[in-house]
Design a binder for this molecule. Structure first.
Ligand SMILES: [Cu+2]
Length: 730
C-alpha cells in the first residue's frame, strides 16, 4: 500500500524544538511559544507561530487608553511608537500596601474555541479558582467575565501569562484588553494574572488563575471537517510507514500498525494463553494500546487526538427501529469513502484512505501467523493479502443476537458495582458485537452451511407449540414458537462459530477428554494453494480418532446443550459438529487477532475508556435519565483488581497439562503492553510508580484517573448520552 505522506502541519512543525521543557510532571516534546502582539489577527491568519494576543475589538475608549501605554511596557511596542503618554499607568504598585486580590465572582476567565465552551465535568475545573480548559493547537479566546467586568468598562486590564517554557518560567508576557487569544503548542498548566487599573492608570488589584491545556476527545460525528481530515490523514501514516521509517520522519513516539498487529497478535495467539482477551486484563491492555496509537498519531501531527466512536448511537437506533444488526449499514455514517471505507464483494475496503489496506506478512521467526504467512490468527487461513471485512455475516447467516451495543448495554457496564464487574463486562457488553459484526466469517463454511441447511433446513424451520416444548422438559423457553430450532442454531452455533473454531484449537479447555489442539492447520500453504485445500480442521474426527460427542462441549456450552439435546436429533448434532470441525473458514480482521490492522479497531475502544472515566468522575451519575452505580472511592485505594483468565487452571485439573496453567497478562502487576509499544509521553513518564521499568495493568489504571489534573493530558468532551434520554435501562 502506498500512501502519499500528507502532512499539513509544516508551519507548526517549524516551531518544534528539542525536548527541554519540564514543569511539574510534564515532560513534553512540544514546546510553547508566546508571541506578543496587538496585531494578532494578521498573525493568526498567517499561522506562523503559537501565540497569545490581545483583542482588537475593545471598546474605543479602552483602545485609546491602550494606545497611550508607555513605551517599554511589554507587548505594546507596536502601538506605543505613535503614542503620547498623557496617562501614566502606575504599573509598579506600592509593595507596602496589601494587594487587592479579586475573587472569582468579581473576575474570572472563560475560554472558548471553535467547539464552544468546554463543559466537561472534571473536578479540577470547578474547584473555585476558575481554572479553565484550553486545547493545544487550537485558537482559543480567553475572556474576562465577572461583576467587576460586567459593571464597569472603565478599567484597563493587563494580562500576564506564563508558560512552562524555560524562558517564560521567569518572564511573564503581558498584554492588554478584555480578552486575549491563545494557542498553546503543548499541554500543561499555565498561570494567568490580570491586573486591573482605573481610568487614570492607578493599579487596583489583580486576579490569578490557571489555564489547563489538555486534548479533548470528541465523538467522531462532532468533529469539524478540518479535524476529521487531520485525524484521518495522520492516522493513515501508521499504515504507510514501518516503525523505523516512521521514527526517522516523526520521532521516537511513532509505532507502525505493522508492529501493533504483530504484538497484539503475539499476545493473543499462544494456544495456552490469550494475554489480552478472555480475561480481566482486557480493559487496561486495550486502553494502553489505544494510547500507543495516540502516541503515534501525535508524533505525526501533534494537533490530533484520537476521537471516540459512540456506537450506541447506531445501536439504539437499530433497537428503536426493531431491526436486525445489519440495519447498521443503512444508518451509520462511517463505513464509506469519507471515513473508514465501504467494502466490495471481495470483502476488501474499497475506498477511503484505507482502501485496499495490505495485511502484514510475518517476518522470519515470528510465531504468530497463519498457514499463508500473514499475521493472522493461527486458525484463520485467509490467504487474502488485504484487510478483510465481511460485515454482519457468519458463513451465510447474520448473527442477529449480537446486537450492536445500545444504551442499556452500555448502561449495564456503567452500572457495574465494582471494578471487577467493569473489567468483566467491558469486553463483552462494552463492545464485543462490534468485533463480530465488523469482522465476519466466510469461505468454505458457506458451502458447508448450505449443504447442512439443504438436509436440515425444513426440520429447523418447524414451529413448536407450548405443549411440545413442555413435553420435552422446558417450561421456561427462550426461543419462541416460530421455528425455534432455526433460531437456536443460528444464534448458539453460527453466531458463535468464531468462538467455536478457536475453542476447537484450544481443545484442552473444552473437549471431554481434554485432548489439546484438535483443530490443526497446515504448516504452510503457498499462495497458489486455494483456501479450500488449506483447511484448518479436526483431523482426528475425520480419521475416526475422536467422536463428535468429544467435541460437543467445544460447540455448545452446558446451558445450550440442554436445549439442543431436548429438541434436536443426534444425527443433526453429529452433522453440525462435523460441519463446524471440518469446514474451511476465513475471518475478517476485526474478529481475530489481527484486528488492529483495521482502522475500525482504533475508534471503538476509546468509547470504553469514556465509560471508565464516567465511572470515576464524581459528578457523572446518569446515562440518559437513569442513575448508575458510583464507586465510593476511585483513586486506587478502594478498588480491587480482579485477576482472571479463562485459560488459567490448577494442577491436576487438566489431563493434557497436569501441572496446571497460568495465563499471564491479567494480573494487576502484569505488564500492560510490550515495551515496544510506547504510550503517550505524559502517561509514560508518570505511570511507572514503582520504577521497575514496567508499566503494569494497575499502574496504568491509576495513571488514567481523570480526577487527577496532573496525570492524563486528554479529556473527553462530555458524558452526555442524549440519544439515551428515553431509553429503557431496566
Ligand atoms: Cu476490542
Amino acid at each position: 500500500m502506498n500512501y502519499q505522506s500528507d502532512r499539513s502541519l509544516s508551519n507548526q512543525e517549524e516551531c518544534l524544538i528539542s525536548e527541554s521543557n519540564i514543569k511539574k510532571n510534564y515532560h513534553l516534546r512540544e514546546f510553547f511559544l508566546l508571541v506578543l502582539a496587538f496585531s494578532a489577527i494578521s498573525m493568526i491568519a498567517s499561522n506562523k507561530n503559537a501565540f497569545i494576543s490581545s483583542d482588537l475589538s475593545l471598546n474605543t475608549e479602552l483602545k485609546s487608553k491602550m494606545s497611550q501605554v508607555k513605551t517599554g511596557s511589554k507587548g505594546s511596542s507596536e502601538v506605543s511608537e505613535e503614542s503620547s503618554t498623557d496617562i501614566d499607568f502606575n504599573f509598579n504598585a506600592d509593595s507596602s500596601q496589601v494587594e487587592k486580590v479579586y475573587s472569582s465572582d468579581e473576575l474570572y476567565f472563560t475560554t472558548k474555541n471553535e467547539y464552544g465552551y468546554f463543559e466537561g465535568p472534571y473536578p479540577w475545573l470547578s474547584l473555585g479558582d476558575g481554572a479553565q480548559l484550553v486545547e493545544p493547537y487550537r485558537d482559543t479566546t480567553v475572556k474576562l467575565a465577572g461583576t467587576l467586568y460586567d459593571d464597569e468598562n472603565d478599567y484597563t486590564f493587563k494580562w500576564s501569562v506564563k508558560g512552562s517554557n524555560e524562558k517564560l518560567e521567569t518572564e511573564e508576557e503581558e498584554f492588554y484588553g478584555s480578552k486575549i487569544y491563545v494557542t498553546y503548542l503543548k499541554t500543561g498548566i499555565f498561570g494567568v494574572t490580570v491586573r486591573v487599573y482605573n481610568e487614570t492608570g492607578v493599579y487596583l488589584g489583580r486576579y490569578s488563575s490557571t489555564l489547563i491545556v489538555k486534548y479533548v476527545k470528541r465523538e467522531l460525528r462532532s468533529l469539524t471537517l478540518a479535524d476529521r481530515e487531520a485525524f484521518l490523514s495522520a492516522a493513515v501514516q501508521l499504515w504507510t510507514y514501518t516503525t523505523d521509517d516512521g521514527r526517522e520522519l516523526y520521532g521516537e513516539d511513532f509505532v507502525s500498525i505493522e508492529d501493533m498487529v504483530a504484538y497484539h497478535s503475539l499476545a493473543s495467539n499462544n494456544v495456552l494463553c490469550d494475554q489480552f482477551h478472555e480475561g480481566t486484563g482486557f480493559i487496561t491492555h486495550h486502553l494502553a494500546l489505544t494510547s500507543s496509537f495516540e502516541s503515534s498519531l501525535r508524533s505525526v501531527n501533534p494537533a490530533v487526538t484520537l476521537p471516540y466512536w459512540d456506537f450506541t448511537i447506531e445501536g439504539e437506533t437499530i433497537l428503536q427501529a426493531n431491526e436486525k444488526p445489519s440495519y447498521f449499514l443503512e444508518i451509520s455514517p462511517f463505513l464509506n469513502e469519507v471515513w473508514f471505507g465501504s467494502v466490495d464483494e471481495d470483502n476488501h475496503i474499497q475506498n477511503s484512505l484505507w482502501a485496499h489496506t495490505l495485511m502484514p506478512v510475518a517476518g522470519v521467526g515470528l510465531s504468530t501467523k497463519n498457514s499463508y504467512g500473514y499475521i493472522r490468527s493461527y486458525w484463520n487461513n485467509n490467504p487474502d493479502p488485504e484487510v478483510s471485512r465481511k460485515l454482519f455475516y457468519a458463513c451465510g447467516s447474520e448473527p442477529v443476537h449480537k446486537a450492536v451495543p445500545y444504551c442499556k448495554t452500555h448502561f449495564d457496564v456503567l452500572d457495574s458495582a465494582a471494578l471487577s464487574n467493569f473489567q468483566l463486562l467491558s469486553p463483552s457488553d462494552g463492545h464485543g458485537p462490534m468485533h463480530v459484526q465488523l469482522g465476519g466469517m466466510f469461505g468454505g463454511c458457506e458451502d458447508a452451511y448450505t449443504a447442512f441447511i439443504a438436509k436440515w433446513g425444513t426440520y429447523l424451520d418447524q414451529n413448536m407449540t407450548d405443549d411440545e416444548i413442555s413435553a420435552v422438559g422446558w417450561n421456561k423457553w427462550k426461543w419462541g414458537n416460530t421455528a425455534p430450532r432455526r433460531l437456536m442454531f443460528e444464534t448458539a452455533v453460527m453466531g458463535e462459530y468464531f468462538h467455536i473454531y478457536r475453542s476447537l484449537w484450544r481443545s484442552h479447555m473444552c473437549a471431554v477428554d481434554q485432548t489439546p489442539e484438535l483443530l490443526v492447520c497446515p504448516e504452510q500453504c503457498t499462495l497458489e494453494v486455494p483456501f479450500e485445500s488449506c483447511t484448518c480442521q479436526v483431523d482426528a474426527l475425520i480419521e475416526n480418532l475422536t467422536t463428535w460427542q468429544n467435541l460437543y462441549p467445544c460447540v455448545l456450552n452446558d446451558e445450550n446443550q440442554e436445549y439442543f439435546n431436548a429438541v434436536m436429533p443426534q444425527e443433526l448434532l453429529s452433522d453440525m459438529t462435523y460441519m463446524l470441525a471440518t469446514a474451511s473458514v476465513m475471518e475478517g480482521e476485526m474478529i481475530e487477532s489481527a484486528s488492529t490492522a483495521d482502522i475500525l479497531f482504533w475508534v471503538i475502544h476509546p468509547a470504553i475508556e469514556r465509560m471508565l472515566s464516567a465511572k470515576r468522575l464524581p459528578t457523572v451519575t446518569k446515562m440518559g435519565n437513569q442513575n448508575f452505580t458510583k464507586w465510593a472511592v476511585v483513586d486506587g485505594s478502594n478498588e480491587t483488581w480482579l485477576e482472571y483468565s479463562y485459560y488459567t487452571f490448577d494442577a491436576d485439573t487438566n489431563a493434557a497439562y497436569p501441572d496446571g496453567n497460568t495465563c499471564t497478562g491479567h494480573g494487576a502487576d502484569d505488564a500492560v503492553l510490550p515495551a515496544e509499544l510506547v504510550i503517550t509521553s505524559s502517561l509514560r513518564k508518570q505511570a511507572d510508580l514503582n520504577n521497575d521499568g514496567i508499566i503494569s495493568n494497575w499502574e496504568y489504571y491509576l495513571v488514567i484517573d481523570p480526577n487527577d489534573v496532573n496525570k492524563n493530558d486528554y479529556v473527553f468532551d462530555n458524558f452526555l448520552w442524549d440519544h439515551c434520554n428515553d431509553a429503557d435501562m431496566r
